[in-house]
Design a protein around this ligand. Sequence first.
Ligand SMILES: NC(=O)c1ccc[n+]([C@@H]2O[C@H](COP(=O)([O-])OP(=O)(O)OC[C@H]3O[C@@H](n4cnc5c(N)ncnc54)[C@H](OP(=O)(O)O)[C@@H]3O)[C@@H](O)[C@H]2O)c1
Length: 291
Amino acid sequence: MQKQSVIVSGKNGQLGNELAVLAALFPNFHFVFAGHAELDISNSIAVENIFTANQPSWFINAAAYTAVDKAETDQEQAYKVNAEAAGIIASNCRKHKTKLIHISTDYVFDGNGNEPYLESDATNPVNYYGYTKWMGEQLALQNNPDSIIIRTSWVYSRFGNNFVKTMMRLMKERPQLNVVNDQFGSPTWAKDLAETILTIVRRTGEQPTFFKPGIYHYSNEGQISWFDFAAGIRDLMKFGCAVNPIPTSQFPTPAKRPSWSVMSKQKIKQTFEVEVPEWHQSLVKCLADFE
Ligand SMILES: NC(=O)c1ccc[n+]([C@@H]2O[C@H](COP(=O)([O-])OP(=O)(O)OC[C@H]3O[C@@H](n4cnc5c(N)ncnc54)[C@H](OP(=O)(O)O)[C@@H]3O)[C@@H](O)[C@H]2O)c1
């Protein structure tokens, strides 16, 4: 039997890299990994060409414009990549009967809640990046209602740029660091998310009715602040750096952040029978992965 093809965009990002590492464990699928240079997802001709050339069964969109602060001023590019491109990919998925897994963000919420957000809760992004990702969800679902959209949060990995790497670098250089203690969320080890995505792909390959379109939330378990996250990294790495809690008002950024972006993972756990590891347990594994 011919192997199903799986296209992954954004191969040089955190999630793209983790998917590439795990793909080796899925020999029944033919993976095509494309970075920005091979596939600009905002270029509709390039997207059409990759669909025509590969006739993929799956498209995993791990590419995005992720510079949250820069998006406030670089609006045109952020909108093209996060909103329009999601729509372009989704229309091609519909045309070629390709299953789409598109990645979105906790930043679609305004952060005024105090309970883990459900997929059905009202969205109201507070920064331009969040708005473009929310539009991407809308366009993906409009152009291909059979899409799976997974919202994730606070992603880190041994690949790419992220909070864990920044903290490790600064903690080596400085005797103390100030970190905000009034924004709460859940970190996500990109490898855990990659495993969940590929579980959906593999199990759908065994049993097509396993695929259930819709919006899902995925992060690691736990509700912490950036300060808690930084302290966890410091303790595990045994750095001597002092970590001081500060309010967001003392760390102004061009883009506003939601103060609460914890998401409920019940739906993805129940629908796809996946386990969601606790944040600290995954951080331990990721730090071991660095070495
Ligand atoms: N990182 C987080 O904390 C976080 C939080 C919530 C949700 N998410 C979502 O999770 C997904 C994966 O994020 P990530 O952390 O893996 O992101 P990442 O490390 O920033 O990787 C994104 C990749 O997309 C590529 N890209 C940008 N514009 C592109 C274009 N026009 N065409 C093709 N590729 C393009 C980038 O390549 P270049 O660098 O070469 O442009 C980069 O390799 C994204 O949908 C993101 O919005 C991330």
